[in-house]
Design a protein around this ligand. Structure first.
Ligand code: FMN
Length: 366
């Protein structure tokens, strides 16, 4: 198994949903980087469960204990270890599942891969809970990016059939500040009741729903990333598809670009006060794998939560028989609102990792 990411901003996550705790070791944080624990706690709270009717009722504070690498609010330059203790477990909820594989979850694939030795309680290492350490790492990355003039925010672009409008070509920074402060971030707040109704109706029908998070980074200079394997798209996608329940990643117009002619899909370029910019952003701020100075715009599609209370057909590997399964216990009827800050975090990690790489490969202009 591979629990690590990165060559410059290096991450290694660990833990299981119902073990003593989960966490991350981060290598490569420049000495002196401010580590603001109050700000980190705000990001962690946006992902933490138990706060909203669209989320699981599992109560977790998700407080990060920093075990190493930080002194008096500044990174020491040595590895930073963040530990999040698990407190709100009901492992008994998983006894009914022994041998019975949840359709859509990792139970069967994980059981085959690890020969039944993996911890199935609460999804074990496959749990969405393992995204909490990514939010911790993302908080540190965002602090470094902010010094470079880069800010990141996201909104719930859709839940099921209910859509929020997309970001404008040049989103204004006041909108980003408003979204960053919201636990249910929307560009048009008037769509919130319809989105919530869709989740509540699914929950009442013992079902779940999916949706999409749209995330933007403003102030990204041109020149971050490389062609081919170190492209912004490839590195972001590696992280995005590492997040449980993510099923699609798009940059700019994404799959909709197939409907356009080249003359429509090309982003016309212009000088604005001496800076090169584009009149549209169909390419999502990335061309040739490299940022082009436009806002970096991504959309990440998240599937409906697999654990649902509605009876489902599945297999019992302990008896070798087909069986029926009703999953009781605490699950998110919709993962999307809690995932928004996770997507912001992985975009921050991507841009920091690649800008550190960029520092090593930039030409020396005469
Ligand atoms: C923030 C977050 C919360 C999640 N909550 C749940 C949950 O309550 N119940 C569940 O069955 N899956 C939940 N998931 C999704 C599963 O972890 C995921 O579907 C499963 O590990 C299989 O991985 P895959 O969907 O990427 O194939 C959550 C994912 C995230 C990112």
């Amino acid at each position: 198994m591979r629990g690590n990411f990165g060559e410059h901003f290096r991450l290694s996550i660990f833990g299981e949903s119902h073990g003593p705790g989960i966490g991350i070791v981060i290598d490569g944080i420049p000495a002196g980087t401010p580590i603001d624990e109050a700000e980190i706690a705000q990001y962690m709270a946006r992902r933490a469960p138990g706060k909203d009717p669209t989320a699981t009722a599992r109560q977790e504070g998700d407080q990060v204990e920093i075990l190493s690498g930080v002194l008096e609010g500044r990174a020491c330059g040595t590895p930073v270890c963040g530990l999040i203790r698990n407190t709100g477990m009901h492992s008994g909820d998983y006894r009914q599942l022994v041998g019975r594989m949840r359709p859509g979850h990792a139970d069967y694939a994980g059981w085959v891969k690890y020969g039944g030795y993996n911890d199935p309680r609460g999804g074990g290492h496959f749990s969405g809970r393992l995204t909490a350490p990514l939010v911790f790492a993302g908080s540190i990355a965002r602090a470094i990016l902010r010094e470079m003039g880069i800010t990141i925010a996201s909104h719930i672009e859709r839940i099921g059939p209910v859509h929020d409008p997309s970001f404008a070509v040049h989103p204004d920074s006041a909108l980003l500040t408003r979204l960053a402060a919201s636990s249910f971030p929307l560009i048009d707040p008037s769509v919130e009741p319809a989105m919530r109704r869709h989740v509540e109706e699914a929950k009442a029908a013992l079902d779940s729903v999916g949706g999409c998070v749209e995330c933007v980074a403003l102030g990204v200079p041109a020149g971050i990333g490389s062609p081919f394997f170190g492209s912004v798209e490839s590195v972001f996608s590696t992280l995005a598809f590492s997040v449980p329940a993510v099923k699609a990643v798009e940059f700019g117009d994404g799959t909709a670009i197939a409907d356009l002619m080249g003359s429509q899909a090309n982003d016309a370029m212009t000088f604005d006060h001496g800076h090169v910019t584009c009149l549209t952003n169909h390419n999502g701020g990335v061309t040739g794998g490299i940022t082009n100075g436009m806002p970096v715009l991504v959309r990440v599609t998240i599937k409906p939560t697999p654990s649902i209370a509605r009876p489902q057909q599945t297999v019992d590997v302990s008896t070798g028989q087909d069986t029926r399964l009703e999953i009781h216990g605490r699950h998110d009827p919709c993962i999307v609102p809690r995932a928004a800050v996770v997507i912001e975090s992985i975009l921050a990690i991507t841009l920091l990792e690649l800008s550190m790489d960029d520092a090593a490969t930039k030409p020396n202009h005469p």
